[in-house]
Design a protein around this ligand. Sequence first.
Ligand SMILES: Cc1ncc(COP(=O)(O)O)c(C=O)c1O
Ligand SMILES: [Zn+2]
Length: 368
Amino acid sequence: MKYEIKCSKCSRTSSSVLAFKCSCGSPLETHVHFNFEKKKVRKQDYGVWRYVNFFPYVKEKEIISLGEGWTPPVKFSDNVYFKLENSNPTGSFKDRGSTVLISTLHKLVKKAGGYISEDSSGNAGASIAAYAARAGLKAKIYVPEKVSGPKFNQIQFYGAEVVKVSGGRSRVAEEAQKAEKGKFYVGHILHPLFRDGMRSLAYEIAEQLGWHVPERIYLPVSAGTLLSGVINGFKHLVESDVIEAMPKIVACQTQQVSPLYHRFKNLSYTPPERINSIADALVSVNPPLLNLMVKHLREANGDAVMVEEDEIFNTFKELARKGFFVEPSSAVAYAAYKKQLKNKEASKGCKTVVVLTGIGLKTMLKPS
Ligand SMILES: Cc1ncc(COP(=O)(O)O)c(C=O)c1O
Ligand SMILES: [Zn+2]
């Protein structure tokens, strides 16, 4: 057995790649049962599919790709590298999940004469819509009413049907999951294969740095797909003796949306009545993967940081003025790094990777 899709709570295995949660209601996780071997990396491919041999449930002939992955690690200062996930085809890291997910199931959904549905605050919706378009698959994307204009436009340009849902983020998910004839729900937050695609980011960071992993990696966290997938990727490399130890993974959240930070630090968290953070992609106040994220982050001996609105805004502007035009949500990771430097929880001497998750052209902010 090369892989299993298993419940994170009751350990029941799922036999279908279409399943997005266990019959007990808990999230599913993908487990691979083989070692990562450097010689199995496809050196001639510069993208996610360089690692095709480590995604055993994907049939090579069915891969749907837009050229995602193998994003540049840019040296920003002596020991700090920015991993430019904003240079992915739809402008965010989500394309790693979409290429893996859509490649695995587009044939199955088409054969059943169906279409896919997804709920997203923007970036994942745009990404799933793009890969569905490439696969010739119909997609229905459910978005919060106040979705950012550029993301909303992007989803529509890809030809997906967009449904705006009022109320909180969980209302959007409920609508997307509502049973309808021909509908296959592939919501990126729950679907284990979307999250599993994020393993490729860990492999890339390790390989691009000569298989010497950095000491610290900063990621912005909302629903936790990036965090959980990246931790699983590094764990796989450690278990396969490809790298010696896990890097310190630092989960970065905004003051308004920080359920993981609070749980991780054993603090209580009450979300604000209204979220109006400029980090508009980080909105999961009650993420379904929270227990899983805490478990992963603790096992990985990671850390969590929370940043304030002014820190995010100043960092967003600072990055742009140094030529890195990223979403405010992405600036959260660099703001968290700077905060840890200031508090002496991190040091300039540590080799550090900050993942810049999404492109600045998607922001609704106006320059003053
Ligand atoms: C630009 C950007 N960064 C970070 C995140 C956080 O990722 P996750 O929801 O997997 O925690 C998102 C999620 O929407 C995003 O769009
Ligand atoms: Zn279960």
